[in-house]
Design a protein around this ligand. Structure first.
Ligand code: FAD
Length: 482
C-alpha cells in the first residue's frame, strides 16, 4: 500500500490507531476459524464514528477493500482480512452510550462486549437476551453482522429481534440511520437487512438494543438419556406439548467428556444430555417443570436433576458454554460446524452423523441448540496425521449436505463468511443469489466492504456487479462459469 495512503490513515486515527508491522499484523490474520489466514496491509483502530467515515472515504476513493472486525471470535472466517485491504477494528469503540430503563432500550458502540450489556442493566432485573457461548468476549458489532444466536434465542429470538436501530457507515463513507428506538418504522426494514449481512453492507457504528425484564422464576433441568435419539424424541415431545422453554440444549457423550475435563460441571456420564430451562411466573414454571420431567422419563431419561441454587445453575451453563473450547482437551484439532435441520429430523440426522463418523474413522462430538434444530457437530482430527484435515473438512461439508437434504440450512448462527460460500450455491438457486447480489450492490456498488465473503464463485473480470449479464468470453463459449 502506498506510503502516502498509510500516512493519510495515520492522520485520521493517530499513531496509536494504526498497525503496520508484520509481527503485530499476525494478530489479525484470522478469526476463530484458524485454517484461513491472510495478512492485511494495515489494521486501523478508530475510536469514533467520524474516524470510521474518514477511513472508509479514503478506501472508497482509492478502491481499497476493508474488513470490519469486532473481537475476532467468528467461526466462519467473516473477519478474515483481504490481501490488498485494511482491517477496521471496532474494539476501541466500546462505550455504552445510553441506558433507558423506562423504554427498555440501550444504545451501544459496536465494540461493546455482549455480556457487558447484561452486566450494565442487571441491577434493575433486565438482561440482553441473545447469549452466544462466546458472550464474555464477542462484540455487539460482530453479533449484529452474524445475527448471532445463543441458548436463550429459542424463546427470546436471535439478535435481529433485539436490534431496533443502527447507525451505519456506508461503503462510500456516508452515514445512514436504519430503524430507530420505536418498534416499527415505516418503509423497508433496512435494519433487518443489515443484521446478518456479515460486514458486506458497511460498518455499524452505533446499535440500539432492546433489553428484556428477567422472569420471576428461572429453573434449569438436566436429563440423562441413553443416546441423543431418545433425547431428541423428548425435545420433540416438549415442543409438541405447546411449551416454549427459555432454552433446550443437547450434548452427546464426547461433548460431556470434554466439558467435564474443562469445567467439572458434574454432568451425568450418559449418551445424550438435555438441559431444559423454563422461566416465567413461579406457579407456571413449577407446573411445566413437572410436565417436562414426565416427558423426559417417558422417552427413557434415567436421571433427572433440577439445579437447586443459582450457583448450581451457573455451573450447568458454564459447562455447556465452555464445550467448544473444551474440545482441545480431547482432540488436538477440530472443526465446528453449524447447520440447521427441522427438529423432527433430529434422531435421523444424528444416526447418520454417527454412521459417517464410523465410516471415516473420525470422532464427531455434538453440542447444540436442540430446540432450534441448530446442530453444532465438532469434527475431531489431528492435523499431523496425513490426510486427516482434508477428511475432516469433507466430513463436515457432508454433514451440511445432510442438513440441506433434510430441508435445513448451512448455517444457523455462525454465518457463511469465507468458509461456506461454496455451499451457498447448493442452498440457493442462481436467481436467489442474484437478488442478494443486487441488495449488496445497492449498498456497495464497488464491492469494497468485506468482499470475497458470503457469495460463491467470484465473477469473471470485466463483469459488472448487479444484475447478471454474461461475460463476452462466456457468451462466445470460451470461458465457463462453475
Ligand atoms: C467458543 C466460541 C463459542 C461460540 N458460540 C457461539 C454461539 O453460541 N452463537 C453464535 O451465534 N456464535 C457463536 N460463536 C461465534 C462468534 O462468537 C459470533 O459469530 C460473534 O457474533 C462474533 O463476534 P465478534 O465480535 O468476535 O466478530 P468478528 O469475528 O470480529 O466478526 C464477525 C463478522 O462481523 C463483521 N463485523 C464485526 N464488527 C462489525 C461492525 N461493527 N459492522 C459491520 N460488520 C462487523 C466482520 O466483518 C465479520 O464478518 C462462538 C465462537 C467461539 C469462539
Amino acid at each position: 500500500m502506498k506510503s502516502q495512503i498509510l500516512e493519510e490513515f495515520r492522520v485520521i486515527v493517530g499513531e496509536r490507531g494504526i498497525i503496520t508491522s508484520t509481527e503485530e499484523l499476525h494478530t489479525y490474520e484470522c478469526d476463530g476459524l484458524t485454517n484461513f489466514r491472510v495478512l492485511p496491509q494495515a489494521v486501523l483502530l478508530p475510536t469514533e464514528t467520524a474516524q470510521v467515515q474518514a477511513i472508509v472515504r479514503v478506501c472508497h476513493r482509492e478502491g481499497i477493500p476493508f474488513v470490519a472486525r469486532g473481537s475476532g471470535t467468528g467461526l466462519s472466517g467473516g473477519a478474515l482480512p483481504v490481501r490488498d485491504g485494511v482491517v477496521i477494528s471496532l474494539a476501541r469503540m466500546n462505550r455504552i452510550l445510553e441506558v433507558d430503563f423506562e423504554n427498555a432500550r440501550v444504545v451501544v458502540e459496536p465494540g461493546v462486549i455482549n455480556l457487558d450489556v447484561t452486566s450494565r442493566v442487571q441491577s434493575k432485573q433486565y438482561f440482553y437476551a441473545p447469549d452466544p457461548s462466546s458472550q464474555s468476549v464477542c462484540s455487539i458489532g460482530g453479533n449484529v453482522a452474524e445475527n448471532s444466536g445463543g441458548a436463550h434465542c429459542l424463546k427470546y429470538g436471535f439478535t435481529t429481534t433485539h436490534v431496533l436501530g443502527l447507525e451505519v457507515v456506508l461503503p462510500d463513507g456516508s452515514l445512514a440511520h436504519l430503524g430507530g428506538k420505536t418498534l416499527d418504522t415505516p418503509g423497508y426494514d433496512l435494519a433487518g437487512v443489515f443484521v446478518g449481512s456479515e460486514g458486506t453492507l458497511g460498518i455499524a457504528t452505533k446499535v440500539i438494543l432492546r433489553i428484556v425484564k428477567r422472569a420471576e422464576c428461572v429453573r434449569t433441568l438436566l436429563a440423562a438419556f441413553p443416546s441423543t435419539n431418545e433425547a431428541g424424541a423428548a425435545v420433540s415431545d416438549i415442543i409438541a406439548a405447546g411449551m416454549l422453554p427459555a432454552a433446550i440444549e443437547m450434548m452427546d457423550n464426547l461433548a460431556i467428556q470434554a466439558a467435564e475435563a474443562a469445567v467439572r460441571a458434574n454432568y451425568p456420564d450418559c449418551g445424550g444430555l438435555l438441559l431444559v430451562e423454563l422461566d416465567g411466573p413461579n406457579a407456571e414454571v413449577e407446573s411445566l417443570m413437572k410436565h417436562v420431567d414426565e416427558l423426559c422419563r417417558k422417552n427413557g431419561a434415567w436421571e433427572i436433576r433440577v439445579a437447586q441454587t443459582e450457583s448450581e445453575r451457573a455451573l450447568v451453563w458454564k459447562g455447556r458454554k465452555a464445550a467448544f473450547a473444551a474440545m482441545g482437551r480431547i482432540s488436538p484439532n477440530y472443526i465446528v460446524q453449524d447447520g440447521v435441520i427441522p427438529r423432527t429430523a433430529l434422531p435421523r440426522i444424528m444416526s447418520e452423523i454417527a454412521r459417517l463418523s464410523e465410516e471415516t474413522g473420525l470422532r464427531v462430538a455434538n453440542v447444540f441448540h436442540a430446540g432450534d434444530g441448530n446442530l453444532h457437530p465438532l469434527v475431531l482430527y489431528d492435523r499431523h496425521i496425513a490426510g486427516q484435515e482434508k477428511a475432516a473438512e469433507a466430513l463436515s461439508y457432508r454433514i451440511l449436505e445432510l442438513c440441506l437434504e433434510a430441508g435445513g440450512s448451512i448455517t444457523g448462527e455462525h454465518g457463511v463468511g469465507e468458509e461456506k460460500k461454496a455451499m451457498m450455491a447448493k442452498m440457493f438457486a442462481e436467481p436467489d443469489l442474484e437478488t442478494m447480489q443486487r441488495v449488496r450492490c445497492a449498498f456497495d456498488p464497488k464491492q469494497l466492504s468485506n468482499p470475497t465473503k458470503v457469495f460463491p464463485t467470484p465473477r469473471l473480470c470485466g463483469e459488472r456487479p448487479g444484475e447478471y449479464v454474461p461475460h463476452p468470453l462466456e457468451s462466445a463459449g470460451i470461458a465457463e462459469r462453475f
